[in-house]
Design a protein around this ligand. Structure first.
Ligand code: PLP
Length: 414
């Protein structure tokens, strides 16, 4: 579900013509529909209204301050995975007591920032991290609430790069080691172990892997309580899928209904860490056709947007729906939509049925709100795209296009 639609032969974002946005702000351009992500946030909020919970938006999926501020105003928390994300979440006005910090390799200075900021919970991924965190907290005169991230060893049936809850993944503490870790935590003066955490992967279509993981985690909660741990929080991570193509992902309600009984018996406050579910469908990437060429029996449409703007197709072979901004005419033609970057892997879509496109036409790449701009880079010394937030008919620039000056800003010229 989103608020992009076609009317009068062209694509709209809410009440704004995408063609006008491209003319006003240039391309490549990320366009976000506020109404879309607000509604997705509310869907989860409403579904889980019957249990104490906090929705901690995964900042790594989209870290734009304008997006974070909008979510903050609705009461969202944040799930951060670096000091930089923590900094931005707080800058955007997300209260520290609604911020959780996940990540396998937090540095001492990142831990110091997190403890000093008084965040809700640090999701600890190994025993050594517990020791460092305790030292840091003691030095700051604090006792830090934290959760153990356990690895429930379930298969989330998603892309191998997007699965994080198998025993062979680098994430979390094996279930069998949780009690040992809790005993160590209990001996550390800077640590208050008050929660358990899991995150089994991303783009997960069905609630079943969550239920299987929760069944595992439930017994760990029992074991830790038996050790005297006051487990009050359960963080079930993110990972809810969106529709890129023809997938049929679970709804917020289906997710809730499948897992709620398991959560309720535990008597815990629930933490959810969705990213893609909230912001994925709310963004498109608009590019302009530079050239059209036929080669080797194929038609290539070459855009001014490429893998440095949206890497998911190149990195994961991800499918993103692509449509012309203005309706085309004539028969559909099998087309590869590619970028200008000097890599054969630089494509946004292969073998798509598209109307004939010409130089100057624009295309929209859908479901690009999550892991789109956030994973963009300056590869090929390309300034990064601008980002625009649309609310009704009003479009606000929330990140200006980078300039050549930005490309050299941090460099030290000899
Ligand atoms: C990436 C990540 C998320 C968000 O994943 P989505 O699939 O975008 O919902 C949540 N929690 C952790 C720990 C993550 O690493």
């Amino acid at each position: 579900m989103d608020y992009f639609h076609r009317d009068g032969g062209e694509l709209w974002c809410e009440d704004a013509r995408v063609r006008d946005l491209a003319a006003r702000f240039g391309t490549p351009l990320y366009v976000y529909s506020r109404r879309t992500f607000v509604e997705h946030y509310r869907k989860l909020e409403t579904a889980f209204a019957d249990v104490p919970h906090v929705i901690c938006f995964s900042v790594k999926s989209n870290g734009n301050l304008g997006i974070l501020r909008t979510l903050a105003a609705m009461g969202a928390g944040a799930d951060v995975v670096s000091g930089g994300e923590l900094h931005k979440a707080m800058l955007a006005g997300i209260p520290a007591d609604r911020i959780v910090y996940s990540g396998v390799g937090k540095t001492r200075s990142e831990l110091e920032l997190a403890v000093a900021s008084g965040i809700r919970s640090i999701n600890v991924e190994n025993v050594e991290e517990l020791r460092v965190l305790s030292e840091v907290a003691v030095a700051l005169g604090r006792r830090q609430e934290c959760s153990l991230r356990v690895n429930p060893d379930v298969d989330a049936h998603t892309h191998e790069y997007l699965t994080t809850g198998r025993k062979e993944n680098k994430f979390g503490i094996p279930l069998a080691d949780a009690v040992r870790a809790a005993r160590i935590a209990a001996s550390l003066p800077g640590i208050a172990l008050t929660g358990l955490d899991m995150h089994i992967g991303s783009q997960i279509l069905s609630p079943v892997p969550y239920r299987m993981a929760l069944e595992q985690v439930r017994s760990v909660v029992g074991n830790l309580r038996a050790e005297g741990c006051d487990i009050r929080h359960l963080d079930i991570g993110g990972g809810l899928a969106v529709r890129y193509d023809t997938e049929d992902p679970m709804t917020a309600d289906q997710f809730h209904d499948e897992i709620i009984a398991l959560v309720r018996v535990l008597g815990v406050d629930l933490v959810l860490e969705p990213g893609r579910f909230i912001i994925g469908p709310a963004g498109i990437l608009v590019g302009e056709v530079q050239f059209v060429k036929e080669a080797g029996g194929k038609r290539f449409v070459i855009l001014d947007a490429g893998m440095n703007d949206l890497i998911r197709p190149s990195l994961y072979g991800a499918h993103h729906r692509i449509e012309p901004v203005v309706d085309g005419t004539g028969p559909l033609v099998q087309t590869d939509v590619v970028g200008p970057v000097c890599e054969s892997g630089d494509f946004l879509g292969k073998d798509r049925q598209l109307p004939s496109l010409q130089r100057g036409d624009q295309v929209a790449v859908f479901t690009a709100g999550a892991y789109g701009f956030a994973m963009s880079s300056n590869y090929n010394q390309r300034p990064r795209a601008a980002e625009v937030l649309v609310d009704g008919a009003v479009a606000t620039l929330i990140r200006r296009r980078e300039t050549f000056d930005d490309l050299v800003r941090a460099e030290i010229d000899l």
